[in-house]
Write a protein of this length. Structure first.
Length: 577
């Protein structure tokens, strides 16, 4: 019998994923998942820490008990507007208490949340409203928000607006803080437009809906911002979201002290990264969330220093901006114990500089909308592996498959498409069975569109996106490799590399560079000489442009879509000339 047990143990070791030995002792990869309705996460925090501050908004605080009551009021208010299972409610909001209350209130009412970006073009918003079947929209009475939704109320399927006022939850704010998002609008309240105060004007006696199978109950439609085609709505279930939260709790269990963390929430919650890392995970940890509608370096530095912030999730451009600001050295950042970068690859130089300045390790993970933000994590005490985004999160399997669509896993170290499977993976794309089928392998792995490889210890390295790969004279060239080399050049603050048409090479890399303040511009020849020992011949730049600013997405990560479009227009103009 003992021999049989030994054989089984040997078989288990032989078939176990290669990343298991890289896991910290206190983190379980085979974490048992218990799918739950998302509001249950708030209930757990309220049960443990009812009087702790949940939200700090411009100095005005709201306890977990108060937040829970307002969510119940919102749920009742939404139900009076007709929200129930199958009804979709849009949130067109910045980082503010209205978002938290509305998000959880819609779900308590039985509805589905659809997230909208305030920086979307009007035609994109119109597409999302019609495609997602959004009936009700929650927004703010500001010029940057209300007028656009009032227009869309007239010409889309929208039937009702709920309009909040930024000042409703920040009585302690200064006039300067209240004006942060610009001038007020004048909402026309009536039968199809009510105030946020009216939404909450009840006893909170909502009708509770039992969710029998959270893993198959749609909670959020999160639209992807792809560079081609119209946006697609990733269907995230209650089970997807609570599984992602459980993954985050497990990998951060050694660092997070429930009820004691102070999170600086600067990222906009309409993005999946902020929604999960700041809001969902923060609330489940009963943390105090310091909400800021926009990123400002001096405000961030002051907040960290004065309120002893312990956790600061961001994107690379935020950390780059913080490190390059001359006032950073004047502030105490020693309270930080967790900083995470997501949304885009993190330059190694930035990671090293951040640790030198704050004493806090800037961890990098990888994920996407379709993975409910989590995909990989960097083990807390792991030795630095430059360029790696870590190992698969608990419960997730990652395979590297051929770029030609084959399904035979590639050997260790070989580049291919990163494919992932787990309880946090989207149920598919809303009303797009064709896109869902195209994105999935025959055995249920999501094709992420990211190019990468896995080493022998299970650490994943994302090289680039499939659509960003540059084909130069028959060789695959990966922009991130070039970008990392350019970041080493003194004075470079941000860089984006894209492929442009080249008569000889087919495509060639072009760099767009933003310099740090006070840095003198340099010549292309100077940069070429610097890169000569850092890049292969096939990776040599064709050209560069130094710009005051580089295009960014709504959450602040560098965007190449605009640069590709500019180059496309230049080429078309040259052909017609």
């Amino acid at each position: 019998m003992s021999g049989l047990n030994s054989d089984l143990e040997a078989l288990s070791v032989a078939t176990a994923p290669r990343w298991i030995p890289s896991y910290p002792e206190n983190v379980r990869w085979d974490l048992p998942f218990d799918p739950q309705p998302i509001p249950a996460l708030l209930d757990a925090a309220v049960a443990e820490f009812p009087d702790n501050s949940a939200i700090d908004f411009f100095g005005s605080k709201m306890s977990y008990r108060e937040l829970s009551h307002k969510v119940a009021q919102a749920a009742r208010g939404f139900q009076l507007l007709g929200v129930k299972p199958g009804v979709h409610v849009g949130l067109y909001l910045p980082n503010c208490p209205h978002y938290f209350i509305s998000f959880l209130g819609v779900l308590r009412a039985g509805g589905t949340v659809v997230n909208y970006s305030p920086l979307d073009a009007e035609r994109t918003l119109e597409h999302k409203i019609e495609d997602s079947e959004t009936d009700i929209m929650v927004t703010l009475g500001l010029q940057a928000f209300y007028p656009r939704m009032a227009t869309l109320l007239e010409r889309t399927r929208l039937r009702h607006l709920v309009v909040g006022e930024l000042t409703e939850f920040c009585s302690s704010a200064t006039p300067e803080q209240r004006d942060l998002l610009g001038p007020q609008a004048a909402p026309q309240l009536g039968a199809d437009c009510s105030s946020f105060a009216q939404l909450l004007d009840n006893q909170g006696d909502y009708q509770a809906y039992a969710i029998e199978d959270p893993s198959n109950c749609l909670a959020v439609l999160q639209y992807t911002g792809g560079t081609t085609g119209v946006p697609k709505g990733a269907m995230l279930t209650h089970g997807n979201v609570t599984a992602s939260c459980a993954q985050l709790r497990e990998v951060l269990s050694a660092a997070v002290e429930p009820g004691q963390e102070r999170v600086l929430a600067v990222l906009p919650p309409f993005h999946i990264y902020a929604l999960m890392v700041n809001m969902i995970f923060g609330l489940r940890a009963a943390a105090e969330l310091y909400l800021h509608p926009r990123f400002d370096v001096l405000t961030v530095l002051k907040e960290i220093s004065e309120n002893r912030i312990t956790t600061f999730p961001g994107v690379p451009t935020m950390f780059i901006g913080l490190l390059s600001h001359p006032a950073t050295a004047d502030y105490d950042l020693s309270s930080l114990k967790m900083s995470n970068s997501g949304g885009a690859p993190l330059p190694v130089e930035v990671q090293q500089q951040y640790f030198n300045r704050s004493g806090c390790t800037l961890r990098e993970g990888w994920g996407m909308t379709e993975t409910t933000t989590t995909g990989t994590f960097t083990p807390k005490d792991a030795a630095p592996r430059p360029g790696s985004c870590g190992v698969p999160v608990p419960g997730a399997h990652i395979r590297i498959l051929p770029l030609d669509g084959g399904e035979t896993e590639l050997p260790v170290g070989e580049k291919g498409e990163v494919c992932i499977k787990g309880p946090n993976i989207t149920a598919g794309y809303w009303r797009r069975p064709d896109a869902t089928a195209e994105a999935m392998t025959s055995d249920g792995y999501l094709r992420t569109g990211d190019i990468g490889y896995m080493d022998a210890d299970g650490f994943v390295y994302i090289v680039d996106r499939t659509k960003d790969m540059i084909l130069c004279s028959g060789y695959n060239v990966y922009p991130r490799t070039i970008e990392e080399a350019i970041y080493e050049f003194p004075g470079v603050e941000e860089v984006s590399v894209i492929g442009v048409a080249d008569a000889y090479r087919g495509q060639a890399p072009k760099a767009f560079i933003k310099l740090k303040g006070g840095t003198e511009p340099f010549s292309f020849e100077t940069l070429q000489a610097f890169l000569a020992s850092r890049l292969g011949k096939h990776e040599r730049l064709q050209s560069m442009e130094i710009r005051a600013e580089l295009p960014k997405t709504p959450v602040g990560k560098l965007s190449k879509k605009e640069l590709y479009e500019e180059e496309k227009q230049k080429q078309a103009a040259a052909v017609s000339a």
